[in-house]
Design a protein around this ligand. Sequence first.
Ligand code: TMP
Length: 394
Amino acid sequence: MKCKITNKELKPFMSFGKMPIANGFLNKENFKDEFFFNMEVGFNEDISLFQLNDHPKPEKMFNAKYPFFSGSSEYMKKHFKNYSEYVKKFLNTNSKIIEIGSNDGTFLKNFINQSDKFIGFEPSKNVAELAIKNGVPTIINFFNKSSAKNLKEYVGKTDLICASNVICHVPDLNNLIEAVDILLSKNGTFVFEEPYLGAMLDKVSYDQIYDEHIYMFSASSISKIFKKYKFELVDVIPQSTHGGSMRYVIKREKNEVNNNVNKILNFEKEKKIDKIESCIEFKKNCEISRQKILGKLKSFKDEGKSICGYAATSKSTTILNYCNINSDYIDYICDTTKEKVGKYSPGMHIPIKDMNYFHNNLTNCVYLFAWNHKEEILNKEKNFKGEWFSHVEI
Ligand code: TMP
């Protein structure tokens, strides 16, 4: 499917090659039917938007077997608690809080005992059911104009719509913004957090790019996109999550705009984050990063060292497939998610093992795929005396 939010034809500036579904962990018998797409990225200069050229159908990614649970990280649980405190100031009336892509309810759970007025949209049935079990009312559906209209019939308009790491997953952004328009009250606020393009360019963390991340946003792109619908970017707050994210606060136009917005917009202009030039530089840096990590892996192997991966992240699918790293280099990847353990990594088919296996089969070196959870993981694994490494600085 093409990702188009303006009529402009996108010219990809880089290809990461044949890529499988990032969260498509699979059994041996499914190797022969594995789905691949050509992962190319482009930059729409009219709206300063970094995006995939083409992406698999959302149903291929977000289904009853979706193996990602927000609550799998203690750091993220704390983050969502703080986020829930932050958004309370936007609640004026008795309206419901709506979360788009509420996953296992980790964010909305924070409102239990404080308010019974919240509801999530989550299309992946297995995670949504966990949220419902945990006391978070959840509509098992994609958030779009049609599901927003249905909800409005029951609950009316709302003062607050939230989302985290989900807006960049939505192919039809036009439809999403129209859905927000349907549900949001006149003085309502739409707050969402997404991995930040500026951080990705700076860290050369190209592993942020995978099938689910159709867009990599910046303040420039968000401001331009929402303006088309008479919404205004009124605040931006940098976040440390996911290796560098941004919280965007959107209101209907003619609202007071915080100074942060101009500061970040000027910063992006200075660094050319709003222009294709930064992407061309990024492409060169990705190629250098690939050579460097392959060199590192080869030298470990030449020294007779064993290597495993830590955390079978969605991001690791991009690294492994772009750099063509298979089990000749990496013996296994350990992960805490039971839905992934016993399966194989998408594309490169490296076995996924549980944490007991890791502790009983320690390798000399560990590739930290969850580099964004470094503090939490290194703290847990203090007994490991070998070498941690990654393609970004850790
Ligand atoms: P993500 O990068 O796609 O969000 O996935 C994070 C993955 O990392 C998820 O499969 C759980 C795994 N993980 C661990 O195995 N151990 C940990 O300590 C943490 C924080 C995450």
